[in-house]
Design a protein around this ligand. Sequence first.
Ligand code: GAL
Length: 373
Amino acid sequence: YMWKTFCLSLLVAGLFSCQEGKRYQSFKPGEIWLDNTEVHINAHGGGILYDGGRYYWFGEHKTEGEAGNRANVGVHCYSSDDLYNWIDEGIALAVEPEGSGSPIEKGCILERPKVIHNAKTGKYVMWFHLEPKGMGYRGAQSGVAVSDRVTGPYRFLHAGRINAGKWAENASDELKNAPVPALEDAYSGGSLPGHPDSLNIHKRDLEGGQMARDMNLFVDDDGKAYHIYASEENSTLQIAQLNDDYTDHNGVYVRCFAGRFMEAPAMFKHNGKYYLMMSGCTGWAPNAARSAVADSILGEWKELGNPCMDADSATTYHSQSTYILPMPGHPDKFIYMGDRWTPENAIDGRYIWLPLEFEGERFVIHWQDEWKM
Ligand code: GAL
């Protein structure tokens, strides 16, 4: 009898601890999403790294109120083995104390962090959009940090503009020889007083380096890594190769979608082709997504239209893309990861994860209130 009771209690305890560790068995886009400590996951503008059999989710740690959109804490990391249930791994990259003068000083803007692993150096490399404190969005810099451990702590290396002194591979002679008309203001939104090519922002920024705001990273099968970012006052997406250790650019880059104001880029590969999902440029307010395909990362890119198919497709189901992850166990499917921003109380931002699948040449995303892989 005692033996039976012992076995039964082991079984019951096992069942309970299993359920405790596995709160979720499905995705519910837009709902509060609790981590293992029962706190809403705080990793906005995030991305995922699959490493050593686990998923690591890195994103912006937001705080309460409107001021919570600035970096008051740093980059938060979570890990999971099933993508439904996430363990809080703490702050992977912490902001530096106020008054330290560091480019990543508390109160700066640090957005859309992404982490990749470098097989040659063994290091984990984090890139992010950085606006040093007090400059609004005029800095348009990119920051880099590295770590020997996936969860950090990450050590800040440097931040700045991109590929100073280097023309884009596909910059035309016409652009190179054209004048640079004066542009009074710095723009951080979705319009310019003219086409970026007629304003020649690419040439304007040649010496100081290209601007970069919304960004992502992509590592190709050959180990080459790419930085994809909204440049030229957000008007034109640029795609730049990283160097061998992924901590800087190597001078090779292209201009894509000139004048289309693409933001929130997320790249993935399917059947040898490269795909991009992007948004338009309307700040925290959602807009209709765009998509594109190319045979090679450095282009030519061809636009494929809005991948969202159901009601609210005009707002990407009230979200903005941040990452696209291959769906485990389904070679033709991916997971769309988007942010439903709540700028008036940044910490309350929600996550919209939806299945992404192929329909002929293009990919599509349908709304689901609840779904499983
Ligand atoms: C969005 C961008 C966000 C953030 C925001 C600030 O367009 O995607 O990452 O920069 O603007 O208004």
